[in-house]
Design a protein around this ligand. Structure first.
Ligand code: MG
Length: 258
């Protein structure tokens, strides 16, 4: 089932996408909800990020180029970082790049949406706690990586976390390819079995530290091939089973300290 959040007639709704129609729903996405009986054409709505997460957590450098390069053991402590909810934007929006930043990277990623309170779960239990999957673009300004290794600022600018277009609840995360195109040219295309820390291990590990809540989003890492983009570039992050998340990168005179 594909869930979308969108604006229709100046109001915000959730709905279930069925081909080119959306059936409106009301209630709690993670609890009980029902159809309102109203259906709209997909072309009549403006899609928003399908969820407004309380927490967005990313994992660093999590893909190899081919299976033979996978390490024989998992890292003892994976590199995780937070992205603020203020960095979230939806499909078909602009990623606003402060004009003093020269180097901006896109990173197409499979994004997990947590469905239940998740604390101290084993990797075998993890899938029971996942609501569904969307696509994330973990936009990054390496100029704002601190020399001591902190990544937070470089990942945290407003609009630096496009997510969408929908949440797919019936996905097998082990069987998808994470892709990206820049101005229509293929740049990334990797199966998720090239992740160094697999999705189940990643979420089990996080749940030992913090309570994950419904709506939290975990960005599972970007395949090889992410690189710098420039003003006006259109980046499309694609997972065929979910859809396409398309955003235009636009330089803007945003005052920042640099
Ligand atoms: Mg990333």
């Amino acid at each position: 089932m594909k869930f979308a959040r969108f604006i229709y007639n100046d109001k915000e709704y959730f709905g279930v996408v069925i081909e080119d129609r959306i059936k409106l729903i009301e209630g709690d996405l993670f609890g009980s909800w029902e159809y309102t009986g109203e259906t709209v054409a997909r072309g009549e709505v403006d899609l928003l990020a399908p969820i407004v997460p309380k927490k967005i957590i990313g994992i660093g450098a999590n893909f190899v180029g081919k299976k033979e390069e996978l390490p024989s053991s998992l890292p003892e402590m994976p590199v995780f970082f937070f992205k603020p909810d203020s960095s979230v934007t939806g499909p078909d929006t602009e990623v606003i790049v402060p004009e003093t930043l020269d180097e901006i990277k896109f990173e197409s990623e499979l994004a997990v949406v947590i469905g239940r309170e998740t604390k101290n779960v084993s990797k075998e239990e993890v899938l029971d706690y996942i609501f569904g999957y969307t696509i994330g673009n973990d936009v990054t300004a390496p100029q704002f990586f601190h020399e001591n290794g902190h990544w937070t600022l470089g990942k945290a600018f407003d609009t630096f976390t496009p997510i969408g277009p929908v949440i797919e609840t019936e996905l097998d995360p082990n069987k998808v390819y994470v892709k990206a195109e820049v101005n229509g040219e293929g740049k990334q295309n990797s199966p998720t079995n090239l992740m160094i820390v697999p999705l189940k291990e990643m979420i089990a590990y996080l749940s030992k530290v913090m309570t994950l809540q419904p709506g939290d989003v975990i960005l599972t890492g970007s395949p090889l091939g992410a690189h710098f983009v420039k003003d006006g570039d259109v980046v499309e992050c694609i997972i065929d089973e979910i859809g396409s998340l398309k955003n235009t990168f636009v330089k803007a005179p945003v005052p920042i300290n640099s």
